[in-house]
Design a protein around this ligand. Structure first.
Ligand SMILES: [Zn+2]
Length: 308
């Protein structure tokens, strides 16, 4: 379904070898190593087989983070002492290199656990990605699903920004530069290819959200405005081709707002749409999806209770 090959300046990337329909599970991978907190990183990595350690050393490293600070070196020495390893200068250097590789390539699995993966670490970033990664705690694996149809030969991307909402270009680029050491040139970050479309839409949406946050309508009036604003946010996501879990979650919120306002049909429609999107992004075997199904079941029980 995919191959890993060079993606120009970005290093390696993941490319589709066939047409991949939306909702396809592209990867389900168990972590190479998991840690709870950075002080566990060095010990956990150095206990791995040599082949895996070599893989981690070769992972991309943020040029900025690579210049490990004096504070980091002091912390490295302290962590090594506390795990009874003698902190010689070469071990401290090695510690810093592995920590750097870890910081730039780890995924957050929730509950304070961070992990490194082999295949998944090869996905490059886009602010309008074609795929999304989520941890599936029932499988103990990180999955990547296609959030839209992908053509054969196309590079597949995920977003490194997590839930980025309606972040503007400068903010996204700043976060990516500081966190991952690259200047994003994706379809909406590149000024030429974006043509002002996304940036303009997002600026308008942010103004609308700010207006709403400062609005003073009574709670019922506010409920209607809230549904409208969330509807506009959905419109923005859909016009940008963002089909990730974040969109599904907005639909579920809209469903609950509609239920609260007594719009039963709209509530059911939004719930169904939100659940379908989430299933596409995480799969029907994911506890995240099951939680959302339960959440919508509770909502629809309230609708039935209220029915005359
Ligand atoms: Zn971008």
């Amino acid at each position: 379904m995919y191959t890993i090959r060079t993606a120009g300046l970005k290093g390696l990337g993941v490319f589709a070898t066939t047409h991949i329909p939306r909702g396809t599970r592209i990867v389900a991978e168990a972590p190479l190593v998991t840690v709870k907190g950075e002080r566990e990183v060095y010990g956990a990595i150095t206990r791995l087989p040599q082949r895996d350690i070599a893989f981690i050393r070769a992972l991309s490293v943020n040029a900025g983070n690579n210049a490990i600070s004096i504070l980091d070196r002091a912390r490295a020495a302290w962590n090594l002492i506390s795990t009874s390893t003698l902190p010689t200068p070469s071990i401290v250097r090695d510690y810093s290199a592995l920590l750097s590789a870890f910081r730039n390539n780890n995924f957050d699995l929730g509950a304070g656990v961070q992990a490194l993966f082999t295949e998944i670490s090869r996905f490059n970033h886009s602010c309008i990605p074609s795929c999304q990664g989520n941890f599936n705690s029932a499988l103990g694996k990180f999955t990547v699903h296609a959030t839209r149809g992908i053509e054969a030969g196309e590079e597949m991307t995920v977003s490194y920004l997590g839930e980025s909402g309606v972040a503007l270009r400068e903010e996204r680029r700043g976060r990516l530069w500081r966190g991952f050491g690259f200047w994003c040139g994706c379809g909406i970050c590149d000024e030429v290819s974006d043509d002002g479309g996304s940036e303009g839409r997002r600026t308008g949406m942010r103004d609308r959200l700010r207006e709403f946050a400062m609005g003073s309508a009574d709670s019922n009036g506010r409920g209607h405005v809230e549904v409208d604003v969330l509807g506009e946010l959905i419109g923005l996501f859909e016009s940008e081709g963002l089909g990730g879990r974040e969109l599904g979650m907005i639909y579920l919120s809209v469903a609950e707002k509609h239920a609260h306002l007594g719009n039963h049909e709209d509530a059911r429609r939004s719930a169904a749409r939100g659940l379908r999107i989430e299933e596409t992004c995480v799969g029907s075997d994911s506890p995240l999806y099951h939680d959302s199904v339960q959440r919508m079941r509770r909502m629809s029980m309230q609708l039935t209770d209220e029915a005359p």
